[in-house]
Design a protein around this ligand. Sequence first.
Ligand code: BG6
Length: 477
Amino acid sequence: MNQAPVAPAATLVIFGAMGDLAKRLLMPAIANLVRWNLLDPKTEILGVSYHDGDDETLRATLDDFIEGDEVWEKLRAHIHYFKGDFTQDETFQRLAGAIKGNAIFYLATAASFFGPVTQKLGAAGLLKEEDGFRRLVIEKPFGSDLASAQALNKTLLEQASEAQIYRIDHFLGKETVQNILVARFGNSIFEAVWNNRYVDHVEITAAEQVTVGTRGKFYDATGALRDMVPNHLLQLLALTAMEPPTSFEAEPIRSEKAKLIAAVHPADPADAVRGQYKGGKIGADKVAAYRETPDVSADSRTETYVALKLTVDTWRWSGVPFYLRTGKALSARDTEIVVHFKSAPTSLFKGTEVTKLPCNRFVLQIQPDEAISLDLAAKIPGPLVDVAPVSMTFAYADRFEMGHRTGYETLLYDVLTGDQILFQRADQIEGGWRAIQPLLDAWAKRGKPEPYKPGTAGPSGADALLARDGRQWHTLG
Ligand code: BG6
């Protein structure tokens, strides 16, 4: 493996430093970058929060989340606390006095702060790249519909250039997601069959076993569709279906993804299903109904599951349905992309078992247990032509050292080195919202989600959606 170069030194300013994201994911990822010798020792971390506290308060909060080794001891000294109210100009004037040279502003805050904090950073001159780079990292949710995403992009682009803005989709930090491009374009055997002549349909699944838990307030205002589809699932779709880029650089890749997302035909409410989990059990564990979750309204119509069929208006994908599904409290955690190929002309095998076999499938297992597999038909040894489905599987963990990572390491390293490949451009974000806006509009007005039992694969309507087309979902888990 080639050792990546050390990233340039910078001040990493984290707004919302006492929040969950910063503690659970960002800081442990920074510690991993130190462990892998990718962080310049002059890098400083400035945690901004309005709580009372000092450097030691912040460091002590992080002690619970980072392995207490030599690396953490070294990093600890570079972590500083900056008490400040994000709504006050005075905070940003003080920051301007404290920061010199390269700086990254990471907005690990509630989404309502993304616009206002960016405006205040701009007004304080903090986004001017006079003595170093100045970059802005924006978390999700990026807007709550097309209009709000457009408005947020406008606000950001009034203060910073597109090249300074890093819109995070943490799915793109997952190794196996990055591997989609390598699998497709680093191997010559796939491209020839990656089209409507050979592909029957594609499934993209992000199933979770976890419930909404303590996130009731955020989730009840958001729902599974907004939370997962215009961002994570459409990013997976874009990587699966985009045309080959002209080079492995940010702009060619982002342009191809944006083109693909723009070609997604706006979702038809008749081709979408929403569900909400009832009370029940997942394995041996009792699960309260979604409506009984703290901070969720007792008659909530928010969906915790969504399944939809999309089509992509390009020559390559004309007539190939893409079925997407995601939900909480399901039977298994399973994120995967399944490309189903058309059946082979079976006349050769008439009267044998071959006609009953499932078609070839290419499965990209993203989590857990990252793997790639190809389902084939093989002859069962013996005098008769008897056929069985077999699977060739490459499991990441068998071949590579996976280690423990948060998924944010590559993303943070890329922000420091100025590589925007894994970040969403304004047009991709807006394209994602445009694709699902008809569902947001329809669901706001009428109907309600279909209840489903926790620990299952979701509502029966999702099965009916595929059964209508003579298909069925790949089994979860
Ligand atoms: C987040 C969503 O973006 O992604 C969560 O807000 C979801 O609701 C999470 O649980 C899933 O991410 P991962 O990495 O656990 O698959």
